[in-house]
Design a protein around this ligand. Structure first.
Ligand code: GDP
Ligand code: GDP
Length: 442
């Protein structure tokens, strides 16, 4: 699994600011798209693209009997955050360098030290003050690894990142990835009760004889290889793939960390929705995680069987409104229970996968840019106009195009969208985000 790092500290020391500094993507794939809820507590740090890890902000977590329970830590998210801290590969204990050590810090640290997790001390808000003196304030805690940072100004973040990466285990599920290029990695994600286990077991049930667990993966994550209609798949579980022979085993609880990990390891994420419930905030947050990761996406609208014609029309209308920010994603109506719609689902997964992994040549990409540019050059912005010179492919899953030119900063959001749509149409890309990286020529 992807390593897990937990931010722990009392309220107001700057945990969420640090969280944002670490999880902000460099060239954000989707900027703040309306309709996508970012789950503030969980994110993936990709500042080093080759070594992503899951970051959890535990909120103002505290010891068992403390007054901090009043900070609003009851509820499932807080419980999850707290158990995440207990399972983390590394804990970042965040303190406020301006205020110095407080009784609450002492208490939290006592709680943290009850578990044997490695802990770094992160002294935040060291902008504009003497960082050494601030660190000295905390020397009585006896930490080997202390970092002075200013999350707000992104000072010290690179050193902290290097320290984190130097102390994290390798991704335990890398075995999921390096393998047969013809085997498509598909994850089934979604909030609890949308029907993930029913769907996956239905798919496996049909093909039980040729499904096999993937060796070399960690015990907690479950992936199953499947051959179906002459195609090879690796199904990556977030909750419900039950091991063969243990069909009655209780289905695991929803885990945000596992969801992020499954998304990271897949090429295509199938997000399940419950047709009778529309798109909830939690659904939108899982969608946001898929978009952040740049994965191909298929929306499976499940439990379609339970609706009458009128309800179906209502759901259709609702979905088209709620999913406007991912117009490129295909939505398929299915019933996991009855097994209907599965053929269409697999077709959509194939289309998304083919688009996401299509290989491009430099000449076709530059050609596309030229035609797009000539048909509709960027408008003049305050006397300046961007020039687009050439483009080349920059990777797949998602398809990435590197565009070179001058004054690219002046390119408006709507012009960027025009380019994206032009490329999508020309290359018939469906079911996948598309990423543009703009490079200023010198
Ligand atoms: P949390 O409750 O621990 O998540 O803390 P927040 O991230 O919400 O930050 C609390 C306050 O401290 C906010 O007003 C932030 O703007 C401020 N803050 C966070 N990081 C820094 C920093 O590095 N320097 C300064 N000067 N202020 C910061
Ligand atoms: P998970 O938590 O996402 O794995 O969801 P489950 O697969 O455990 O399903 C939750 C509930 O929804 C169970 O009671 C299922 O029987 C029910 N369910 C799943 N798929 C369907 C479906 O296609 N139609 C109907 N009517 N119910 C379904």
């Amino acid at each position: 699994m992807l390593p897990l790092v937990a931010l722990v500290g009392r309220p107001n020391v700057g945990k969420s600011t640090l969280f944002n500094a670490l999880t902000r993507t460099r060239d954000a794939l989707v900027h703040d798209e309306p309709g996508v809820t970012r789950d503030r507590n969980y994110g993936v740090c990709r500042l080093d693209e080759s070594r992503p890890f899951v970051l959890v902000d535990t909120g103002g977590i505290a010891g068992e009997n403390t007054h901090l329970e009043s900070v609003g830590l009851a509820g499932p998210t807080a419980r999850q955050a707290r158990s995440a801290a207990e399972e983390a590969d590394l804990v970042l204990f965040v303190v406020d360098g301006r205020e110095g050590a407080s009784a609450l810090d002492d208490e939290i640290l006592r709680w943290l030290r009850k578990s044997s997790r490695p802990i770094f001390l992160v002294v935040n808000k060291t902008d504009g003050i003497d960082a050494r003196a601030a660190m000295a304030e905390f020397s009585r805690y006896g930490f080997d690894r202390m970092f002075a940072v200013s999350s707000a100004h992104r000072h010290g973040i690179d050193d902290l990142l290097a320290g984190i990466l130097g102390n994290l285990p390798e991704d335990g599920d890398a075995a999921l990835l390096d393998d047969d290029p013809d085997r498509m990695r598909v994850a089934f994600v979604g909030r609890p009760n949308v029907g993930k286990s029913t769907l996956v077991n239905r798919i496996l049930g049909e093909e039980r004889m040729i499904a096999s667990e993937v060796p070399g993966t960690t015990r907690d994550s479950i992936a199953v290889d499947l051959d179906r209609d002459g195609r090879k798949y690796r199904l990556i579980d977030t909750a419900g793939i039950r091991r063969k022979g243990k069909v009655d085993e209780a289905v695991e609880k929803f885990s945000i960390v596992k969801t992020l990990q499954a998304i990271e390891h897949c090429q295509v994420a199938v997000i399940l929705l419950d047709a009778s419930e529309g798109v909830t905030d939690q659904d939108a947050s899982v969608l946001g995680a898929v978009l952040d990761a740049g994965r191909a996406l298929v929306v499976a609208v499940n439990k379609w069987d339970g609706l009458d014609t009128y309800q179906r029309e209502q759901v259709e209308a609702l979905l088209s409104r709620k999913l406007v920010f991912v117009p490129w994603a295909e939505a398929v109506r299915i019933s996991a229970k009855h097994g209907s719609g599965l053929r269409e689902l697999f077709r959509a997964v194939h289309r998304a996968h083919a688009s996401a992994t299509r290989e491009f040549g430099t000449s076709e990409v530059t050609k596309a840019l030229e035609i797009a540019y000539e048909a509709n050059p960027p408008p003049v912005v305050r006397g300046h106009v961007a020039k687009l010179r050439f483009a080349h492919p920059g990777g797949d899953n998602p398809p990435t195009f590197i565009v070179h030119g001058t004054r690219l900063r002046t390119l408006s959001e709507s012009y960027r969208r025009y380019l994206e749509n032009f490329f999508r149409k020309r290359f018939k890309l469906v079911g996948t985000p598309v990423r543009f990286v703009f490079k200023e020529s010198v």
